[in-house]
Design a protein around this ligand. Structure first.
Ligand code: GDP
Ligand code: MG
Length: 162
């Protein structure tokens, strides 16, 4: 069985962008239905010849469930299914109440949680990453999923904690 890595985080922080960056494809190319962007949820991925399964829990939807119920279900799936969890936040919005809510859910797991601070496209955003120590999940790791900056370092840390 391949190890499983789950991506969690509130909407719009860049989970799908990170997922696509890691699996190395672009949805707009692989999606054959025009105008329909359905996120992929599971994929096999490889980093430095190690194989693993990647799960984008943001793509797991519960129909009409309230927002926080959905986020909670996604975090619970991650904690149950994954060997390592990547918790994604957004350096441009700072720590939000929803980030804090997810962090508190993740305190209950004894699986490794790696805190990825996304959208650090530019050096000038780097100073924002320290705010995320307040989430109580250790060192915030800066990445830019859309530019592919820091994602190699993130994957090194993910695979080291497997
Ligand atoms: P999700 O809802 O967490 O899956 O977020 P998405 O991957 O759909 O991204 C939400 C928005 O953030 C989109 O407009 C992305 O293009 C944008 N985004 C994702 N990653 C980055 C990044 O590293 N830098 C910037 N500037 N924008 C990003
Ligand atoms: Mg998404």
């Amino acid at each position: 069985m391949l190890p499983k890595v789950a991506i969690v985080g509130r909407p719009n922080v860049g989970k799908s962008t990170l997922f696509n960056r890691i699996i190395g494809t672009r949805l707009s190319i692989t999606d054959d239905q025009p105008g329909v962007t359905r996120d992929r949820i599971y994929s096999k991925a490889t980093w430095l010849s190690k194989e693993f399964f990647l799960i984008d829990t943001g793509g797991i939807e519960l129909g009409d469930a309230p927002f926080l119920t959905e986020i909670k279900a996604q975090a619970e799936i991650a904690m149950e299914e994954a060997d390592v969890i990547i918790f994604v936040v957004d350096c441009r919005s700072g720590v939000t109440d929803d980030d804090t809510y997810i962090a508190k859910l993740l305190y209950r797991t004894n699986k490794p949680v790696i805190l990825a601070v996304n959208k650090v496209d530019d050096q000038k955003f780097r100073e924002n990453i320290y705010d995320f120590y307040a989430l109580g999940l250790g060192e915030p790791i800066p990445v830019s999923s859309s530019h592919g900056i820091g994602t190699g370092n993130l994957l090194d840390l993910v695979l080291e904690s497997l």
